[in-house]
Design a protein around this ligand. Structure first.
Ligand SMILES: NC(=O)c1ccc[n+]([C@@H]2O[C@H](COP(=O)([O-])OP(=O)(O)OC[C@H]3O[C@@H](n4cnc5c(N)ncnc54)[C@H](OP(=O)(O)O)[C@@H]3O)[C@@H](O)[C@H]2O)c1
Length: 383
């Protein structure tokens, strides 16, 4: 099927169209919820015609995609990258599971890898980093480090090759085209034959949320749903340590200033990281969106009460209104872009996007997730 000429016709039976990817020659399973239609990852090679256009499900013989030299080279690079893995699989075989993690040089997925290392041998974990030097602490423990950057799609298929599960971090740059970056990563995962993608999403992911990243997460979940790959979306509650930024100098001033009030299920990043490891180790028990939140969603008025009892002096809430709050942020040195970005969070809270709580995180951890009181009782080290 793969040749050196620029274009060759490929004829396949209906059964193979329904069950196998065509463009790199890799074979992979798909989740049962997505296996009903033809599963063809034609978008991974942008210069291939839409393969689905030629699929006649009744006759089963008229599918005519073309495979270019570019696709051929991409396929070969994945196969070369998979060779050591196949060797490992041959050695361990029974029970061998390959988990590949992006974003492990960051706080969330870095903590998840540490949790995984409590249970799995390092040989079953691969870390993909933009800068391999930043992942040295994992290399020292025997974890394989590969380089990959969502902004460099050619770096990704080989980086993701061999993954039974791929933990995909969401972009951390609010100025980037996050959805475009996530799409590149998902397409590369499909091309590499990854078994399941786990994506770090956010509670309240929705097309109509005023919080920008929430819209990006929702769009990414749509891409996952349409990708044909098995996927899990880890809809983490808002990071509790972000509250230190929102509350600013409340300890000194006794005042919490917000543009508008609303409930948020402030959730410890450490708890979300531990849950991600448990979900990875469950090997497919969680499918689609999973909401991971603390057990309560206090409003800022509630938080002023909690702060009062923690500080043992009165802490009051001032709801400034949006314009006055933005002006105060800019006066205090905040970039207006970032102030408006955070305003979206308050607006989403006010409209209830972060107000839900779900017992699944506590159930998974076997304990109460960390609370806002826990956060306020410890010194503010992470804003
Ligand atoms: N739930 C919430 O409240 C909340 C709050 C803030 C952020 N988030 C999201 O959660 C994610 C993880 O949080 P975190 O605290 O671990 O963030 P973090 O410490 O800033 O780490 C972000 C990680 O993503 C990697 N990354 C960024 N852009 C990438 C790209 N184009 N290709 C490959 N890797 C890339 C970074 O790699 P480098 O080390 O090379 O930079 C880093 O490892 C964030 O990226 C963000 O999308 C959620």
């Amino acid at each position: 099927m793969l040749g050196d000429s620029l274009e060759q016709a490929v004829f396949v039976s209906e059964e193979s169209v329904n069950r196998r990817r065509l463009n790199t020659g890799l074979v992979s399973h798909t989740s049962s919820r997505h296996s009903a239609g033809a599963q063809i990852s034609e978008k991974t090679c942008g210069d291939v015609d839409d393969a689905r256009a030629g699929v006649n499900r009744n006759s089963g013989v008229s599918h005519e995609p073309t495979i270019t030299r570019y696709c051929y080279q991409r396929g070969i690079s994945v196969i070369v990258a998979m060779f050591p893995l196949l060797l490992k699989k041959a050695v361990y075989f029974e029970g061998f599971m390959m988990i590949i993690v992006t974003g492990a040089t960051g706080a969330l997925n870095g903590a998840t890898v540490h949790h995984l290392l409590h249970t799995l041998p390092a040989s079953e974990i691969v870390v993909v980093a933009r800068d391999a030097a930043k992942a040295a602490r994992f290399a020292e423990r025997g974890v394989e480090i590969r380089t990959g950057d969502y902004a460099d799609p050619d770096s990704l298929p080989a980086a993701f090759a061999g993954a039974d599960q791929l933990l995909l971090v969401s972009s951390s740059d609010p100025r980037s085209d996050a959805v475009g970056l996530h799409r590149s990563a998902i397409e590369a995962a499909v091309a590499a034959g990854v078994g399941r993608i786990l994506y770090t999403s956010h509670q309240g992911a929705a097309a109509d949320t005023p919080f920008g990243p929430g819209r990006d997460h929702f769009a990414t979940e749509q891409i996952l749903a349409e990708s044909g790959i098995a996927w899990t979306s880890l809809r983490n509650g808002f990071y509790a340590h972000s509250l230190n930024w929102c509350l600013a100098d409340w300890r000194e001033t006794g005042v919490i200033r917000v543009p508008t009030d609303g409930a948020v299920s402030w959730t410890a990043r450490e708890d979300a990281a531990e849950a991600a490891a448990r979900i990875l180790l469950s090997d497919g028990a969680y499918d689609g969106p999973v909401t991971l939140t603390a057990s309560k969603a206090p409003t800022f008025t509630d938080i002023a009460s909690i702060a009062t009892s923690v500080a043992k002096h009165s802490v009051e809430i001032q709801v400034l209104g949006e314009d006055e709050w933005i002006a105060a942020q800019v006066d205090s040195g905040q970039q207006e872009f970032m102030a408006r970005f955070m305003l979206g969070m308050y607006q989403a809270a006010n409209r209830g996007f972060f107000a839900g709580t779900d017992p699944v995180l506590g159930d998974m951890l076997g304990r109460e997730p960390r609370t806002v009181s826990d956060l306020l009782e410890s010194p503010a080290t992470d804003r």
